[in-house]
Design a protein around this ligand. Structure first.
Ligand SMILES: [Zn+2]
Length: 209
């Protein structure tokens, strides 16, 4: 996890948004390879290991970790991934700075997108299990909440594997007003209140008003 991402994070528990407290262990350049994030409100602690922040609740974390060496999430989407250049155009991102959130199988787009859009940092939520963090990509495991503060992302892409109501509500919440989010599914299971701009070539595009 990139150290500067700390101030964008929030505890996934349903209480007020408050900045988490980071205790760093191993660092590699600006990336925190191991450490602990503590919530000042509910006092939950979330470990960072192999660079990946784990916000899953402890019981599920233990169950996952005991079943294998790596807390794998859902299998990657069998659907073909969208074209990175097309995604960049749909997100209407120009100029460096800020964060783009990728959810599920969409995390696979990070290397190509960061080649097209320099100066942006990507936050991958529940990446496919073979993905590793990069200087431009921080990885996070979460249950059903995106552990980011409200209105912090310049763009969000939700992969086909997680194109369900709870994730779309969260994608919408973390997005800045006037910015766009793309779903790798033309007919996602939409919650009320999301505004559709377009749906074509297997992608659904919305905007936060
Ligand atoms: Zn908390």
């Amino acid at each position: 996890m990139h150290i500067e991402l700390t101030e964008m994070l929030r505890c996934p528990e349903p209480h007020r948004e408050e900045m988490l407290v980071l205790s760093t262990g191993e660092m590699k350049d600006r990336m925190v390879r191991s450490g602990l994030l503590g919530c000042p409100v509910c006092h939950n602690e979330y470990p960072i290991s192999r660079g990946i922040v784990n916000f899953r609740r402890s019981k599920e974390r233990v169950a996952k970790e005991s079943s294998g060496p790596r807390p794998a999430y859902a299998p990657p989407s069998p659907l073909p991934s969208a074209d990175a250049a097309q995604l960049q155009a749909l997100l209407e991102l120009s100029g460096p700075g800020g964060y783009v959130v990728l959810v599920g199988a969409a995390v696979r787009q990070a290397p190509r997108l960061s080649g097209l859009m320099e100066g942006l940092h990507f936050v991958g939520i529940n990446p496919p299990p073979d993905m590793e963090e990069q200087p431009t990509l921080s990885l996070i495991y979460a249950n059903d909440k995106v552990p980011l503060r409200t209105s912090v992302a310049r763009g969000v892409v939700v992969g086909a594997d997680l194109a369900t109501s709870p994730w779309l509500v969260e994608a919408h919440r973390v997005l800045l007003r006037g910015r766009r989010f793309v779903v790798e599914n033309e007919e996602p299971e939409l919650p009320i209140g999301l505004i559709k701009l377009a749906a074509e070539h297997g992608l659904w595009v919305g905007e936060k008003r």
